[in-house]
Design a protein around this ligand. Structure first.
Ligand SMILES: Nc1ncnc2c1ncn2[C@@H]1O[C@H](COP(=O)(O)OP(=O)(O)O[C@H]2O[C@H](CO)[C@@H](O)[C@H](O)[C@H]2O)[C@@H](O)[C@H]1O
Length: 610
């Protein structure tokens, strides 16, 4: 395996968010006045909000007491247990917004924490007019860059979680519901020029929400979340949140007990910007060193930069990631730690493997499948679902041909280029291959060309298509996951729940979740260098697929299907571990929850998916 350097990750703009400093030109010189109004962290609220805030501050004290005593302000039982107040902050939250696994995690982990009795909020941008999220009428003014912006909060309560959406034209007008492709930039792999300001505004709005919103969605909790919360920040877009918490609130005596956990879902995206952009962040100079970053690349500008994820790693109270093996990889060296390995060794990092949404992905109730099944009926249902899949994508319908599926973003991380290089060799076997993914245009073209070349063997669908994703997960015999690196991976979890055996590269969460010969087949670690397709990896795909196909249809294969389906892959286990980690932060008043079931797990049926 060729040795690699971090340059192979960061030289590609799609992996490291990069903006120039042009954005500053768009903003006038305002701000000092409103900046001075930010003392004590309450930023320029209008009169109604000020009044509301005072009322809420009072209410919060009562609520905290209620947590402890089991009675609310009026003496009614509101909560049997203490629990915690958790605020998850992320740019994606499924099903409202999703480009990939980040959205899935924010969709699934918060309800699992709520099921344990904790009070849980998620905050994400309002990218569309979500029909189930109501206008709270609460507005807050926030200084971002050199100007003051007004954000408004929308809200709904689903599966026991307060889903809060930050409304501002920087989100809604840019994206207009095209969440799959436009959250971060006009096209895949391209960033909006003002992402630094967009996510700065978002983090500041998120920090206000627990104090200004009085949410009474649940009979167990009422009033604002208040100050004794744990913020769970996710990925680089929220790396700045602990800095704002300390500099704008804790320095003024607000949020003194609050903590920040930063969860890394993918270290390849770091939020690197020109060093001069630091002035747009409205942070005191003492934070400069946490952001300061030098690399050898010319994007977004030559030389010194700021790095949001680095700042998050250094300033958060705890750094997490989405699988134990990925945590080890991140500190193993510069290649896999993508130049943050040193800082992660200082901060320490803990991995908890992701769960999956077992309601959304349930073969017994899946609305996208013509036949529902479970472990006792899988062997008779799967051949029929395979035929339905073959018919849907226009491949020869034949239940005896093993079908291999691939779902994911078409980019280097996911190894879709390695797969494309392997397909001519795989086509020599009696197999069919169905690829579903969007991403880099040249990779979409690659797959389309292979389809033309092997019309009876290969289908490539360059769309973000949820129904088809479900049909592939159910109808394929194998899912191929040839990732160069994979922090956790959700595809293999979905596949195993549907009795679809996985063929995976041995990296990140794929190592933690797929057992060789028991629930899948391992191909070994792949070369993480993104600019080349290593022929050794192509050979590993071909060799392992041939090994898997040889087992197809045997008693051992049927056993593997059952092994896959008998696992508990839900968020329950991970939620227990998250709780343990959160309790170790020692936030005053935080207590363990109970093992419980999700509140109205199917309630998301009426959610507006964009
Ligand atoms: N064309 C398409 N049509 C329909 N659905 C599609 C699709 N392409 C992808 N999806 C869906 O998007 C999700 C992708 O999940 P991954 O875990 O592979 O995500 P991703 O790499 O984005 O996430 C990052 O964060 C997650 C969460 O922590 C980590 O698991 C992961 O390793 C890390 O890279 C799955 O639900 C999949 O079905």
């Amino acid at each position: 395996m060729a040795s690699v350097t971090a340059s192979h990750f960061v030289s590609r703009s799609s992996y490291v968010s990069s903006q120039g400093s042009e954005t500053t030109a768009n903003f006038g010189q305002i701000g000092l006045k409103s900046q001075s109004m930010t003392h004590n962290g309450l930023r320029s609220l209008n009169m109604v909000d000020k009044l509301q805030f005072r009322t809420q501050s009072f209410a919060k004290k009562s609520v905290k007491k209620a947590h402890a005593t089991g009675s609310d302000t009026y003496g009614k039982i509101v909560c049997q247990q203490g629990g915690m107040d958790l605020v998850f902050v992320a740019t994606e939250v499924a099903p409202w917004s999703k480009t990939g696994g980040l959205g899935d995690v924010l969709g699934g982990l918060p309800p699992a924490m709520a099921a344990r009795g904790h009070r849980v909020m998620t905050i994400s941008p309002r990218f569309d007019q979500y029909k189930d999220a109501w206008d709270t009428s609460v507005e807050v003014q926030i200084q971002v860059g050199n100007r003051v912006e007004t954000v408004r909060y929308f809200h709904c309560y689903k599966r026991g979680v307060d889903r809060v959406f930050v409304d501002h034209p920087m989100f809604l007008e840019k994206v207009w519901g095209k969440t799959g492709s436009k959250i971060y930039g006009p096209t895949a792999g391209e960033d909006y020029q003002d992402n630094l300001l967009r996510f700065s505004l978002f983090c500041l709005a998120a920090l206000e929400a627990p104090r200004v919103l009085s949410l009474n969605s649940s009979k167990h909790f009422s009033g604002p979340y208040g100050e004794d919360v744990v913020f769970v920040a996710n990925d680089w877009h929220t790396g700045i949140l602990p800095c704002y918490l300390k500099s704008m609130y804790q320095s003024k005596g607000v949020y003194m007990n609050a903590k920040v956990v930063l969860c890394i879902h993918n270290i390849a995206y770091q939020g690197r910007f020109a060093f001069s952009d630091f002035s747009l962040l409205n942070l005191p100079d003492e934070y400069k060193s946490s952001f300061d970053f030098k690399d050898g690349y010319n994007k977004p500008v030559k030389g010194r930069k700021i790095n949001w994820l680095k700042a998050g790693v250094l300033e958060a109270d705890r750094v997490m990631t989405v699988s134990p093996y990925y945590a080890q990889e991140l500190v193993s060296g510069v290649e896999k730690g993508v130049e943050l390995d040193n800082y992660l060794r200082i901060s320490g990092i803990t991995g908890i493997v992701n769960g999956m949404d077992v309601q959304e992905w349930n073969p017994a109730t899946d609305k996208y499948l013509s036949i529902k099944y479970e472990i006792t009926t899988v062997l008779s249902a799967k051949p029929l679902l395979k035929e339905a899949l073959q018919a849907e994508v226009g491949l020869p319908v034949d239940r005896d041909i093993p079908v291999i599926g691939f779902i994911g973003r078409l980019e280097e991380q996911k190894g879709s280029d390695i797969l494309a290089a392997a397909i001519p060799m795989l086509a020599k076997y009696n197999v069919q291959i169905v690829v579903l993914g969007t991403g880099k245009k040249y990779m979409e073209k690659q797959i389309a060309e292979l389809e033309k070349k092997y019309p009876d063997k290969v289908r490539g669908v360059a769309k973000f298509n949820v129904p088809l994703a479900h049909m592939i997960i159910a109808g394929a015999d194998f899912m191929l996951i040839p990732s160069r690196f994979e922090p956790c991976g959700l595809i293999q979890l979905h596949a195993m729940r549907y009795g679809t055996v996985c063929i995976v590269s041995s990296t990140g969460g794929l190592v933690d979740t797929v057992k060789e010969g028991y629930t899948g087949f391992h191909m070994g670690p792949f070369n993480v260098e993104c600019d080349v397709v290593d022929q050794a990896d192509v050979a590993a795909i071909v060799k392992t697929v041939s090994r898997a196909v040889a087992v197809y249809g045997t008693a051992a294969f049927k056993e593997m299907i059952k092994n896959c389906m008998s696992q508990d892959l839900s968020w329950k286990g991970p939620a227990r571990l998250w709780e343990k980690m959160l309790l170790s932060l020692n936030v005053i008043g935080n207590e363990a929850g109970n093992e419980g079931e999700e509140i109205a797990p199917l309630a998301k049926e009426n959610v507006a998916t964009p």
